[in-house]
Design a protein around this ligand. Structure first.
Ligand SMILES: [Zn+2]
Length: 144
């Protein structure tokens, strides 16, 4: 699995290093870590297992569908993030809890436990004019 930590040829950069595998120009895969000793999974990736301290960790792809654990509505932010927006924790089936913006769902329709899908997409343009590639959450399936 190719790890993506550097600038792509077309001026695309990941929102955080080590969160994607694959070509940034295509549809990169969000990845985490899995401990070979105890099976614990982490996001973002770790070099050492936080549960058993083993260094036997491997990069694994993360699923794209999970459930809303909790959320907050952000009213104050930096200029590149228009407010208000929803910031949510999603629980993925792998046992990973991940923080990401939740888009496309009105605040009064957000429900704990609702199914959400992760979508890899451009978030903004940085000061150097590069596309910053990240991920957002959207409602998944019939609800909201
Ligand atoms: Zn472990």
């Amino acid at each position: 699995m190719v790890e993506v930590t550097e600038t792509g040829r077309s001026g695309v950069v990941p929102v955080h290093p080590d969160v994607f595998a694959g070509e940034l120009e295509g549809e990169p895969q969000l990845v985490g870590s899995r401990c070979r000793q105890c099976g614990a999974r982490f996001f973002p990736r770790r070099g050492v297992c936080a549960r058993c301290l083993s260094a036997e960790v491997e990069v694994v792809p993360l699923g794209r569908v999970g459930t809303l654990h909790t959320y907050t509505v952000v009213y104050q932010s930096t200029p590149e993030f228009p407010t208000p927006y929803i910031l949510a924790y999603v629980d993925l089936p792998e046992g990973v809890r991940l923080l990401a913006p939740l888009a496309g769902v009105p605040v009064d329709q957000v429900r704990i436990g609702m199914p959400l899908r992760l979508q890899v997409e451009p978030l903004r343009t940085d000061a150097a004019g590069r596309t910053v590639l990240g991920y957002r959450l959207y409602a998944h399936g019939g609800g909201a």
